[in-house]
Design a protein. Structure first.
Ligand SMILES: CC(C)(COP(=O)(O)OP(=O)(O)OC[C@H]1O[C@@H](n2cnc3c(N)ncnc32)[C@H](O)[C@@H]1OP(=O)(O)O)[C@@H](O)C(=O)NCCC(=O)NCCS
Length: 198
């Protein structure tokens, strides 16, 4: 049975789970030059996640995927310099950390941003991604925002199709990055459901 929970409702033992931290720090492949591979990203960002900005899909105790969001200028990742210094040294860490801060600040104008979405490979095509998108829309409605934005790589047609299915429409291509902006308006009559068949 699929259930989707906000990370801030998890126990300390659950949020300390390296497997869950690794899952949530995946993605953002376009920032590989700044954040390195998945293992490096986990070391940089995994220990200080903002759990109130992450929705996690569980089947029993098993995490199947997550959706993270940015609201009120707070996203899933803390901007902490020490892990960058430890990982890359002062010089390499400085420009990577500055680049990461810039990429985070670039998105601050969105009132509510669907920041990241990922489903583990074994659980794909069973509606988990759809349920996470719907849960994220419900979260946005809870906060009273009028629209939810996201940015998706131009080549990621699978994700684009998923977002279109849930009412997101393309807005514009981002300058200097191979990203497509998409938006879904959240009218007062919108009632996102959370159906899934894992
Ligand atoms: C994109 C992703 C989250 C979809 O998760 P999922 O659990 O497989 O999604 P669902 O099962 O809910 O699929 C819903 C819709 O996605 C689209 N979709 C799923 N698999 C697809 C495929 N192989 N090809 C094209 N579209 C596909 C379809 O529109 C599908 O609707 P349908 O079932 O009516 O055809 C998942 O593939 C993933 O984690 N990909 C890697 C990370 C990623 O790309 N994240 C998005 C970053 S912006």
């Amino acid at each position: 049975m699929l259930r989707i929970v906000l990370g801030s409702t998890l126990t300390a033992a659950q949020t300390a789970d390296p497997g869950l931290q690794r899952l949530i720090t995946q993605g953002r492949g376009s920032l590989a030059v700044l954040l390195g591979d998945g293992a490096c990203r986990y070391r940089l960002l995994g220990k200080d996640l903002h759990w109130d900005r992450v929705l996690i899909a569980f089947d029993g105790e098993r995490a199947l995927g997550f959706a993270s969001f940015r609201y009120a200028r707070r996203g899933p990742f803390a901007l902490n310099w020490p892990p960058f210094r430890r990982e890359f040294g002062v010089l390499g860490g400085s420009w990577r950390f500055a680049g990461f801060c810039l990429s985070e600040w670039r998105e601050w104008h969105y009132p509510f941003l669907l920041y990241g979405l990922r489903v583990v490979k074994a659980a794909r095509n069973h509606g988990v991604g759809s349920a996470l998108v719907q849960a994220c829309c419900a979260e946005a409605l809870k906060h009273g925002v009028g629209a939810i934005d996201l940015e998706v790589p131009l080549g990621n047609t699978r994700a684009q199709q998923l977002y279109r299915k849930h009412g997101f429409v393309p807005r514009r291509r981002r300058w200097l990055a191979p990203l497509l902006g998409m938006r879904r308006a959240l009218g007062s009559g919108t009632r996102p459901s959370q159906s899934a068949t894992p």
